[in-house]
Write a protein of this length. Structure first.
Length: 278
């Protein structure tokens, strides 16, 4: 019999959120039911803090999100950053220099940064998402960095292939962690040792929760560390092939509210409705 969780960690884009980026009514209700059953729900996402404000109603104002691929922990209800492990400016500069040297210089490499203060970018960086008015911009990202960078974002003029993230990781080396969240042609770099799994493990340990008591759900390669750490792992049906191969269990796709099914199962087990081996 599957073990009832004390904590359920779920990715957002491609996993809990529907293809249009919304939280379905069914999933919203399942989140409340799981919380009422005593299951702590944590969002674990590549999204920066500024992209999470609209989710506050769905965690009853008290949920948390591990965001920016593990570089920050956010109180979703208040928008307050509870913990962060960002990169100092000198490390970001070293990474930027290394990528430019390998990939053709500033004409070919275009960078942006996410921090507690928001988004900053080089003038040549093309964002596929809305850029907040007044976001700092400069020819070189080093000139608009704050004291702590959650993620360094990389675009380049190189041909985009499925190996983009792996090629970038080979360039960055031990200076940081390159995450692949499924965004084509976009590299996401966090500091050394910063992953979804590492921050989730720290968060759980501080609350006396073992990995065996955690369920995790994901869809993209940047979820693999979290799925490998959790006691029980689920891949949504629309997940990347590597995630489908790695997860112990599967659920329906994000279009079919698969995470709602997982939440309902977790809540039922926690309440003893279906029984548990705990």
């Amino acid at each position: 019999m599957i073990r009832a969780p004390r904590l359920l960690a779920t990715d957002l884009d491609g996993t809990l959120l529907r293809p249009d980026g919304s939280v379905s009514e069914r999933t919203a209700k399942a989140l409340v039911r799981a919380a009422d059953a005593g299951v702590e729900v944590v969002f674990v996402t590549a999204r920066p803090p500024r992209w999470l404000r609209h989710l506050a109603p769905h965690v009853a104002g008290h949920g948390v999100a591990i965001c920016a691929n593990g570089a920050a922990v956010l109180d979703v209800g208040s928008g307050r950053v509870l913990a962060e492990r960002g990169m100092p400016p000198d490390l970001v500069a070293r990474i930027a220099d290394r990528i430019r040297a390998a990939w053709g210089g500033p004409e070919a490499v275009h960078l942006a940064a996410e921090s507690v203060d928001g988004f900053a970018h080089e003038t040549r960086f093309l964002s596929t998402h809305h850029v907040p008015p007044g976001s700092p911009t400069a020819d070189r990202i080093e000139d608009v960095l704050g004291p702590s960078t959650f993620k360094l974002l990389v675009r380049s003029t190189r041909p985009i292939t499925d190996a983009f993230a792996a090629e970038l990781a080979a360039v960055v080396g031990d200076l940081g962690i390159v995450a692949d969240s499924g965004a084509s042609g976009l590299g996401e770099i966090s500091g050394p040792g910063i992953t979804k799994a590492a921050t989730l493990a720290d968060w759980s340990a501080a609350r006396g929760i073992d990995a065996a008591d955690v369920w995790a759900v994901g869809d993209a390669p940047n979820d693999l560390s979290m799925l490998g750490w959790a006691g029980t792992s689920f891949a949504v049906a629309n997940a990347h092939p590597a995630v489908l191969a790695a997860a112990a269990r599967r659920c329906a796709s994000n279009a079919d509210d698969g995470v709602a099914d997982v939440l309902d199962l977790a809540g039922a087990l926690a309440e003893g409705v279906l029984g548990s081996s705990r």
